[in-house]
Write a protein that binds this ligand. Structure first.
Ligand code: KIV
Length: 275
């Protein structure tokens, strides 16, 4: 059955956990969908794991639309949420609504995600008023990396913790249907989860959240430029890929590939007549 924002709302009411993974292409989206994951996030982490940038700041609307459209073609049942890239919503409410609309109309996502707490609420409200569901994202928000000065846990002191709790309440009030919390102490994330009525999706925020999200390339062991503490590798696909590539290379050199079963036949008569 298709997951929607209603599935998310119901899951919170029933205390059922939600699962989310990132995807950036058709084939991966199809596999994630077939595994029964509730939601696929087309994260702007594509800047790191697909495009090879050092951060997410260079990702464009065109990148996001291109990859979101590929993912939505592969996702039948998962709710597809597209990230709003840096500077697609920061400058004005108008930009926010127009760009959210493009991710729905051209990327065919069913919801968008944007980073920020209280300061993002006017954008969240306006996008929701345009009938586009919004997932908020607080805590470590990678688009603010230059303000944070690195990938650091957020909300550790009393003032910072209160600010995150206030942000969670504010984005719910603004109309967000869900809230991603990244790199937040587990007890604070649990307190926020028990305070708000919308589902919280944690990444580095402990088991007390209503759901979890990971970057697929991290959890598959396909991306090793940096590995945050919160990542668990559920497979070593990167090593399996390297082995397969080396095996392919060896088989070509040693004449083992292609074998007769991988080739197409032609009558010997025809070959003999050629001059
Ligand atoms: O871009 C992304 O993949 C994200 C997740 C880390 C939540 O925002």
């Amino acid at each position: 059955m298709k997951n929607t924002v209603v599935t998310f709302r119901e899951a919170k009411k029933k205390g059922e956990k939600l699962s989310m993974l990132t995807a950036y292409d058709y084939s991966t989206a199809k596999l994630i969908d077939e595994a029964g994951i509730n939601a696929i996030l087309v994260g702007d982490s594509l800047g790191n794991v697909i495009l090879g940038y050092e951060d997410t700041l260079s990702v464009t609307m065109e990148d996001m639309i291109h990859h979101t459209a590929a993912v939505t073609r592969g996702a039948k049942n998962a709710l597809v949420i597209a990230d709003m890239p840096f500077m697609s919503y920061q400058a004005s409410v108008y930009d926010a609504v127009v760009n959210a609309g493009r991710l729905i109309k051209e990327g065919h996502a069913q919801a968008v995600k944007l980073e920020g707490g209280v300061e993002a609420c006017d954008r969240i409200k306006a996008i929701v008023q345009a009938s586009i569901p919004v997932c908020a994202h607080i805590g470590l928000t990678p688009q603010s990396i230059n303000v944070f000065g690195g990938h650091k846990v957020q909300g550790k002191g009393e003032e910072a913790a209160q600010k995150l709790l206030d942000a969670a309440r504010a984005v719910e009030e603004a109309g967000a249907f869900a809230l991603v919390m990244e790199c937040v102490p587990a007890k604070l994330a649990e307190k926020i989860t028990n305070t708000v009525g919308i589902p919280t999706i944690g990444i580095g925020a402990g088991a007390g959240c209503d759901g979890q999200v990971l970057v697929t390339n991290d959890m598959l062991g396909m991306f090793s430029d940096f590995t945050p503490k919160f990542v668990r590798r559920f497979a070593e696909i990167g090593e399996a890929m390297k082995d397969a590539f080396a095996n392919y290379d060896r088989e070509i050199r040693e004449g083992g590939f292609p074998a007769p079963e991988h080739t197409y036949g032609i009558d010997d008569d025809i070959i003999e007549k050629l001059y």
